[in-house]
Design a protein around this ligand. Structure first.
Ligand SMILES: *Cc1c(COP(=O)(O)O)cnc(C)c1O
Length: 346
């Protein structure tokens, strides 16, 4: 395979910066399982504060944040409402079924965002026959929706309907801070109505690993037991948690750069014959575009891009996804556009 020079596959492709590595190197550490790692404790406090929750728990991945939350919120046979593009439904190896024994009712949102009315229509009546609708999960921003931001008003309405009907609410905030930077709405305000919420450090924030789940003290103490049970409890995890601390201090505001680069990319792509997208729909760092007018499949286009050193990811046979991040400069985007243009005109 030719060398990948520009990697728009995902914002998970970021490598820790030299400054981040230095900060990790100097981290104070202890036994995390015993609550004795000062850096893990600091990171948990920072996230609890950021999300306005009583407590937070450092976990190896966002997937574990979702799965532990679902496990705590749902009994076997319970049903979860989420968008049909949502991560736990498509990218967590069947976790809701395998671990929690939960059913999933996928909602057909608009670019990953569903309405309170849809939630209301989807909550099942309480009868002996039907599963108990138990949890609503919201993905902020919506990844496969194209980095779309859930408006605060929609979040409030969805959570209000859920709680009124005795459902619990969960926010998959893998890219919550992208939404925060794009809207200037504080993270706390987005998180306040959710019973559980988490952020990922290994996406646009640029840390090599880790996520943190937040909620009430009671919820987090249950989450701790699941972390232990699943083998997610670590030892001197401060070494990696330090990357999260560094990222929260230095890599949040700069997400605007990724958003500007994504918009620049989208405007460029929209000019080409063969691509279909509306650049006004690009709100954060994700650009999804259609290539069916090229007469080729996304796989065929991707292979041609790869041959030129540009990587993206496949959303469907007719759509590709490009994600901007810490390791992508404006210059990289300019080169990426030249490569796409070449591939489309060849
Ligand atoms: C990446 C991602 C996850 C999972 O996070 P990991 O840290 O990769 O396990 C969950 N939800 C969304 C929306 C994501 O983009």
């Amino acid at each position: 395979m030719p060398e990948i020079k520009i990697d728009l596959f995902s914002d998970t492709m970021t490598k820790p910066t030299l400054e981040m590595r230095r900060f990790m190197c100097d981290a104070e550490v202890g036994d995390e399982q015993k609550g004795e790692d000062p850096t893990v404790n600091l990171l948990q406090e920072m996230v609890a504060e950021l999300l306005g929750k009583e407590a937070a728990l450092y976990l190896p991945s966002g997937t574990m944040c979702n799965q532990i939350s679902i496990k705590i919120h749902c009994r076997p046979g319970d049903e979860i409402l989420l968008d049909r593009t949502a991560h736990p439904l498509n990218s967590e190896a069947g976790g809701p079924a395998a671990l929690a024994g939960a059913m999933v009712q996928p909602l057909q949102g608009k670019r990953g965002i569903f309405s309170a009315e849809q939630v209301k229509q989807s909550i099942r009546p309480i009868t002996r026959y039907q599963p108990r609708t138990r949890l609503v999960s919201v993905e902020q921003t919506s990844n496969m929706g194209g980095g779309t931001v859930w408006p605060l008003q929609t979040v409030r309405e969805v959570c209000e309907v859920a709680h009124r009907n005795h459902l619990l609410t969960h926010m998959d905030g893998a890219r919550l801070l992208n939404a925060v930077v794009a809207t200037q709405v504080p993270a706390k305000d987005f998180a306040t109505d959710f019973d559980s919420a988490w952020i990922d450090f290994s996406k646009g924030l640029g840390a090599p690993v880790g996520a943190a789940l937040a909620g009430s003290k009671e919820f987090i103490s249950e989450a701790w037991q699941w972390k232990q049970r699943l083998g997610g409890a670590m030892r001197q995890a401060g070494i990696i948690a330090a990357a999260g601390v560094y990222a929260l201090r230095h890599h949040v505001e700069r997400l605007v750069v990724d958003h500007e680069n994504a918009r620049f990319l989208a405007h460029g792509l929209a000019e080409f014959r063969g691509t279909t997208l509306d650049p006004r729909e690009v709100e954060t760092n994700i650009v999804i575009f259609d290539i069916s007018k090229t007469g080729r499949t996304s796989q065929e286009i991707l292979e041609r891009l790869l041959a030129q050193g540009l990587r993206m990811s496949i959303v469907s046979s007719s759509r590709l996804r490009a994600v901007t991040h810490l390791d992508i400069s404006r210059k990289d985007v300019e080169v990426a556009l030249l490569i796409v243009k070449k591939v489309l005109t060849d």
